[in-house]
Design a protein around this ligand. Structure first.
Ligand code: BGC
Length: 746
């Protein structure tokens, strides 16, 4: 059994949120220049691509197979001067009406706008987006990024990160969608649909198993096929099948011996054949290591330069080492994606970014993404009229909120909020704070209160301020970035000590976390409130303040487990590369060594299927906050589950809002697999997000396709539904599932 593109897991969510998920419409019209029949919009993207390929010279074909270089990453082509300033530029073919590809990183907003003198909105980070569990919000996330890409002159996005969190210390955890393949896959699919509907090519990355940054260009990931198909690759599978994304970026690392970008199993057997992916595969920047081997394995395009896919590829074709049919297929796929996404019919045109519109979207998404983790004695929401003094402490909360670094970095307007004016240009791996000030937002929300600030650098002074306040709000941060992994999940800079001291001074202490990964919280039981804000984006402070003061009722749920300590993770430490698997900083020949392939070191994901909550469940490890968990200012009661097997498994249950606030509840459905399947105790198979007024009840129906109950049978190289008894469990978190029913599936 295969995961068909008809997968209809969330029929109800789609109905409830009224998603207008129309594919990029085939634009009919006979408007085409004489001699360019591929400009006929009435033809399919494949037909149009085939017509172009027939006309192309070998040189023109080769020109589409590679980028033109990137400063610091090896040789640059003189043609790169026409680049729009993004990470990738592929030359146009004016003779045939084929435009350039202008690619920009755009994980949570458009990158590099600072050095290009442009403006971009920073959305809450991708992990935050996943915490909304809201498919329509994910679509809007992608649509906003794509509108800003187009306004800045780009036509291809390099966002769409979907690597499952096997290692929460991975410095790119904030760029991904958490630890569950179904949640991550469905959310990224919507980001892609939102982007492509704006006529920007979407890209899903990093395929696959690039789950730590340490030694990423060298590491060989060892993993069995069943585990990767049912977890890491399943996320990509769902995203690819449900979005028709134009591109997939293969990752730096090796998987079971071969580099991901020359791995036939990943690129051809699974992605192109089994999942019927019709777009093109581009390498991560310097992730290409050969011409003939990579081409035969299914790599279509080299970035950022032309070390293998330029002259070397031409020679390989001329000498018969690479069949021209392979090159034609690569070119066809690139052109097909250009036609399918509309970048040829509706080219991007530079214009002014809608700054105000971006603020609204960023704020709305953060309001749906910040997770309320603790609320003792209903400390929250705060009532401004009852607070005389409020202490705002820590994490530069007078001026800004932190963002995630690396190629995802979005540049703040006016520069880094913690730098002196004029020195705020962002640099690789700077800690960049966005000018969204919690202190100002709280002052605006509580105009009659005396709102005072302490930077938190001296815990004694912060505690003294907390002591005289009615409530103390501590902002705490953990910065992370591409190119590094976290040593620990503890908050840096003695912030645990700061929080403990403030909490000891004031029983009404609330902690707002600005983190990219889960953190440990030795002080969790001493504070009365904890709100996980993630990297909150351009309007983080405004959104957080509205949540703290009850203008918005929290509804987000964790897309990732918060463990009690690192000792509970599947791997006690991040495996670091030996020296021979790295290049020295400043080595001018680094690019040659990387291209040649750094010597491999090994990671073995022997936890297998047990990713995230599946690990803690199976190993019976207590966690700090479980996957799927998140509080609200109201309470919900679940009842009346019925499960009816059929072509799909039909669930119906009732959710009642039993409290005094209107709210949105994410109702989660998990399945326990039959005994003997060797599966972890449960897996997420569906969810529905529903709005409920105080006192209101709704009946929820969810259809789950049997494919979501399947396991990957390696001997048959296929998905298989194992006949037996399945237990379906429904509730508000992976560890609070009050409704259960067994069903026999054949
Ligand atoms: C990152 C990619 C990014 C590319 C271009 C690489 O180092 O891994 O995610 O898209 O650079 O900036």
């Amino acid at each position: 059994m295969k995961f068909s593109h008809r997968i209809n897991l969330l029929a109800l969510s789609i109905a409830v949120f009224g998603l207008a998920l129309l594919p990029v419409a085939a634009q009919v019209g006979a408007e085409h220049k004489t001699g360019q029949p591929w400009m006929n919009r009435g033809l399919s993207p494949d037909e149009r691509a085939s017509l172009v390929v027939k006309e192309m010279t070998l040189d023109e074909k080769i020109s589409l197979l590679h980028g033109t270089g990137m400063a610091g990453l090896g040789p640059m082509s003189p043609l790169a001067v026409k680049s729009n300033g993004g990470a990738g530029y592929v030359v146009p073919i004016p003779r045939l009406g084929i435009p350039a590809l202008q690619m920009s990183d755009a994980a949570y907003g458009v990158r590099n706008s600072g050095e290009n003198g442009r403006y971009s909105t920073a959305l809450p980070d991708d992990l935050a987006g996943a915490a909304s569990w809201d498919l329509s919000a994910a679509y809007e996330y992608g649509a906003l990024i794509a509108r800003e890409l187009r306004a800045q002159g780009y036509n291809m996005s390099l966002g769409g990160g979907i690597n499952l969190t096997r290692e929460p210390r991975n410095g790119r955890t904030f760029e991904y969608m958490g630890e569950d393949p179904v949640l991550a896959g469905k959310m990224v699919a919507q980001v892609m649909r939102g982007e492509q509907a704006q006529h920007v090519i979407g890209d899903i990355k990093h395929y696959a198993l690039n789950d730590q940054e340490s030694g990423r260009n060298a590491v060989n990931v060892n993993i069995d096929k069943r585990s990767m198909r049912e977890s890491d690759l399943l996320a990509f599978e769902i995203a690819v099948r449900e979005s028709d994304a134009g591109a997939v970026m293969c990752s730096y690392n090796r998987v079971n011996g071969d580099f991901a970008c020359e791995n036939k199993y990943l690129l051809t057997d699974v992605l192109k054949k089994d999942w019927a992916f019709r777009g093109f595969v581009l390498s991560d920047w310097q992730g290409t290591h050969s011409a003939a081997k990579a081409s035969a394995a299914g790599l279509d395009h080299e970035e950022p330069a032309e070390i293998f896919y330029g002259d070397a590829m031409k020679k390989a074709v001329e000498s018969g080492k690479v069949p021209i049919a392979e090159v034609d297929d690569h070119v066809h796929r690139i052109l097909r994606s250009m036609f399918a996404s509309g970048v040829i019919d509706d080219p991007s045109q530079k214009s002014v970014v809608d700054v105000q519109g971006g603020f609204e979207v960023a704020q709305k998404i953060e309001e749906q993404s910040a997770v309320l983790l603790r609320n003792e004695n209903s400390q929250l929401p705060l009532d401004a009229s009852k607070l005389a003094t409020i202490a705002v402490i820590g994490a530069h909360s007078d001026v800004g909120m932190i963002s995630g670094g690396g190629s995802a970095q979005v540049d703040p307007p006016g520069g880094n909020a913690i730098m002196p004016p004029g020195q705020g240009r962002t640099k690789w791996q700077d800690h960049v704070w966005f000018p969204t000030s919690p202190l100002k937002a709280i002052r605006a929300e509580a105009p009659h209160a005396n709102v005072q600030f302490d930077p938190g650098t001296d815990p004694a002074s912060a505690a003294a301020l907390a002591k005289i306040a009615d409530v103390a709000i501590v902002f705490a941060y953990q910065w992370e970035s591409e190119g590094m992994d976290l040593d620990t999940l503890s908050l840096p800079d003695h912030q645990d000590d700061l929080i403990a001291k403030v909490a000891a001074a004031n029983p009404h202490t609330i902690v707002v976390l600005e983190t990219g990964s889960p953190v440990t919280m030795p002080w969790a039981n001493q504070v009365s409130g904890i709100l996980e804000a993630w990297y909150g984006g351009s309007r983080g402070a405004e959104a957080i303040t509205r949540l703290l003061f009850g203008e918005v009722n929290p509804s987000a749920k964790l897309p990732i487990t918060f463990p009690m300590s690192e000792a509970d993770l599947p791997h006690p430490t991040v495996v670091k590369p030996p020296r021979e698997s790295t290049t020295a900083g400043g080595d001018p020949d680094a690019w040659k060594k990387i291209a040649a392939g750094l010597s491999a070191f090994q990671i073995t994901y022997d936890e297998g299927l047990k990713v995230g909550y599946k690990w803690y469940d199976a190993e019976k490890k207590q966690v700090l906050f479980p996957f799927g968990y998140g509080l609200s200012y109201t309470t919900y009661k679940y009842s009346d589950l019925t499960v009816t097997p059929g072509k799909s498994i039909h669930l119906s249950f009732t959710v009642a809002n039993t409290g005094n606030h209107a709210g949105s509840e994410i109702a989660e459905v998990y399945a326990a697999m039959p005994e003997g399947t060797g599966e972890p105790p449960k897996r997420l198979v569906g969810w529905s997000k529903l709005k409920l007024d105080a006192g209101e009840s709704k009946t929820v129906t969810i259809e789950v396709d049997p494919e979501y109950f399947s396991i990957f049978n390696v001997d048959k190289d296929a998905w298989q539904l194992v006949p037996g008894d399945y237990t379906l469990m429904v509730g508000g978190s992976s560890q609070s599932l009050p409704l259960k029913q067994s069903v026999n599936l054949k």
